[in-house]
Design a protein around this ligand. Sequence first.
Ligand SMILES: [Ca+2]
Length: 471
Amino acid sequence: MIRFKSSWSVLRASLFVFIAASAFAAEQPSPSPAKKPNVLLIFVDDLGAADLHCYGSEDLSTPNCDALAGRGVRFTQFYVAASVCSPSRAALLTGRYPLRAGLASNAGGGKSGLPLSEATIAEMLRGAGYRTAIFGKWHLGASDELSPLAQGFDEFFGHREGCIDNYSHFYHWSGPIRHDLWRDNQEVWEDGKFFGDLIVREAERFLDESKDRPFFLYFPVNEPHYPKQAKPQYREMYKDMPLPRGDYAAFVSTMDELVGRVMAKVDSLGLRQNTLVIFESDNGHSTESRNNYGGGNPGPYRGAKYSFFEGGTRLPAIASLPGRIPEGEVRDQMGCAVDWLPTIAELCGAPLPDRQLDGVSLWPVLESATAPAPHTTLHWQLTGTQWAVHDGDWKLVANGIAKGLMGDNKKLFLSNLAEDVGEMHNLAKEHPEIVERLTALHDAWLKDVRPKAPKPAPPTGGKARKQVEEE
Ligand SMILES: [Ca+2]
């Protein structure tokens, strides 16, 4: 009897493996170009860690982002590789830490931007037969030479620099005030039209044109980044909410509407079952003066945009592909935006760029809540002397960020995230051996990602302030 049971178990297990393998094979991307999975990458701007309803917000209305999370998995410990716009985007698109990708600060005018020697998701997928487009904020180089067309995108509509007025489409940060709206490398003028509506219009057109061929649509929505020019119905919705939360809330709901309209188009074309949709914020909420000193909410975390405390980097991240990724589930494993490139490569059958990557495919984690995390250690550093390393439960932040967050502990802040996710208690003096170990990890990492460059000199005075205040 026992032997029978055992044999039956083996047979049953074999049958299960066979059926599972068959089902898995049926779900695998077909080599036929028409059936390759599509990718829609939504990267929103300056959205705080707890500013979606599905991430715990009780005062913001984000039904479309919530619905997206309901059709996929929602990460609770997912990081961006930088706490400001350009390096975060560079890492997202290259699968490499910003220092390795050659863009460790915000891109401005002139020659600063993502080096052309880097390989982006767009280049990778175009090489695999995909049509590629970006509609929204680029911020990886403001010249023709560094435009999206030079980084693998077939088409571009949007602004090249960090932020614009959403109706005049003029650069909205500092002088010289200049117009910044482009179709490919041609400046275009659409005075008075809300920028969010324009990029949805372009996305809908692109989806219409691409429904019979595989596409990569990068949709970097420039909201809720300042200036907070919410649609009137959302200003009305939050009219009783005090500033700065009220205008931020209205702009978050405007952002959510744009996401919902693009998803509705995906649904109307019957593309949902064959389109991987990724949603993430590029850095924590802004507390800059330009943003009326805040409005966003980091939830239990400390810090905001510019900071390497959790509030600057640990942000909403959602992935949806019905039929392949479970729906309505949560993932607690640690992941990072650099992981999307290899994740997309695996799904689409695209060869990885021939260079060292920092990302790891998330497919085991996307498919199983019990799969091992792709990372046990993550690192952060841009220019200057601010850096952080997260290893297991321990996290060491060096030089924090200006604006008094470090309090009396200006040099090294050690915390145990398992016990203190808010990074409120500095354990550096209690555990010098852990400080030493994590510092050594950081030094070794620095040599790896930037082997030829000297360690940056500490910024001083006005230069340091400018670095911190860069948009
Ligand atoms: Ca940003």
